[in-house]
Ligand binder design. Structure first.
Ligand SMILES: O=C(O)c1ccc[n+]([C@@H]2O[C@H](COP(=O)([O-])O)[C@@H](O)[C@H]2O)c1
Ligand SMILES: Cc1cc2nc[nH]c2cc1C
Length: 346
């Protein structure tokens, strides 16, 4: 049975008041640029002229990929579980960035090949010991895909129950740029030559080999338009769980930040499942991974940052949190022309 996501488009009922409040702040009209768009978006999502960011949380979903056996990554598969341990011990990039910015980190085992046993600080949502090799067979079953979507939603509900009003999503999974490229290729017809990049750092020969493997994987299926089918054929457990979390966040009326290329592929699938997810999404950054530019263009998404990042883990998403805080701060705290006695436009 397919899980239904009941997402209401955000209400535009407050738009006139929000725009008026933004325009009457003591600044030339439009001078806070993209922060003004963020303020409007957050005001709409929270249905208030005073949106707030409380207990922001980045959820890092980890999973392994059968296609790693084809030699499509510059790093071995065991790096996935080793990095999960690093996240749990607080030593990864996302931990350091999140600490410096006051963002909570949750780490989720969506389907890492390694068995961690009970491990404090790790959420066990394991769907299997990695996906199957999607170059030769579907990555997962339709049932696993459904369970992944549902478990992603559960993580959002848990965050919300703990007072979180802003979510950021990130991932860890050796070979998951292959899954992401295949999702982009299959769902949006982007040629594999454009959709495939170097991931963790393949050299030229590695990239040629990766493209050949992905072409073989892509040839297994005809055109796919259904988000669930695409996830089942080519996704990862962490990618499907992120898609469920994004849909769950939109359903719960919570804004969420999309990280880089792989998180973007989860968003692509989520948007195919329920287009209304768009209103709640903020795109953090333009990843250096080839294919992300094409993905963002297709989504008509303007990311906030362009820092040359290609790490994943939710690092770019965490870096966007201060900008969302700033949008709330100017809307809530800035004086208006009237309250400050400043002359408006001549
Ligand atoms: O977020 C991105 O845009 C991004 C771009 C390239 C690589 N990554 C990270 O690198 C891993 C996947 O790379 P690969 O080469 O193993 O497919 C995975 O753990 C991702 O988090 C992430
Ligand atoms: C070391 C390392 C850290 C990562 N974090 C996200 N993806 C990664 C891939 C590698 C290889």
């Amino acid at each position: 049975m397919r899980t239904a996501f009941h997402i209401l488009p955000v209400s535009t009922a407050l738009d006139a008041e929000l725009r008026h409040a933004i325009d009457r702040k003591t600044k030339p009209l439009g001078a806070l640029g993209r922060l003004e768009d963020l303020a409007l978006q957050l005001g709409r999502i929270q249905g208030t002229l005073r949106p707030v960011i409380q207990r922001p949380r980045v959820i890092v979903f980890a999973g392994d990929h059968g296609i790693a056996a084809e030699g499509v990554s510059a790093y071995p598969q065991e790096v996935t579980w080793q990095m999960v341990m690093n996240f749990v011990h607080g030593g990864a990039a996302v931990n350091a960035l999140a600490r410096s910015l006051g963002v909570d980190v949750e780490v989720v085992d969506a389907g890492v090949a390694h068995d961690f046993g009970p491990l404090p600080g790790l959420v066990d949502a394991k769907l299997g010991h990695g996906t199957r090799n999607c170059a030769t067979e579907p990555a997962m079953t339709a049932e696993q895909c459904e369970t992944a979507l549902a478990r992603g939603r559960e993580r959002v509900q848990a965050a919300r129950a703990e007072g979180c009003t802003l979510l950021a999503f990130g991932e860890m999974g050796i070979a998951n740029t292959s899954a992401a490229s295949l999702l982009l290729h299959k769902l949006r017809r982007v040629p594999l030559g454009v959709a495939t990049g170097r991931g963790t750092g393949l050299d030229d020969a590695g990239l040629v080999h990766k493209r050949a493997v992905l072409a073989r994987a892509a040839a297994r299926t005809d055109g796919l338009t259904d988000g669930r089918e695409a996830l089942t054929e080519y996704g990862g457990f962490e990618i499907a769980m992120m898609a469920g979390a994004m849909l769950g966040a939109a359903e719960a009326g919570i804004a969420f930040i999309v990280d880089g290329f792989i998180t973007g592929s989860a968003y692509l699938a989520a948007q195919c499942i329920e287009p209304a997810v768009r209103d709640h999404a903020v795109f953090a950054h333009r990843s250096a991974e080839a294919g992300h530019g094409a993905m963002l263009e297709l989504l008509q998404a303007q990311p906030l940052l362009d820092l040359g990042l290609r790490l994943g883990e939710g690092t770019g998403a965490v870096l966007a949190v201060p900008l969302l805080r700033a949008a709330c701060a100017f809307l809530g705290e800035m004086a208006s022309f009237d309250s400050a006695g400043v002359s408006g436009q001549a």
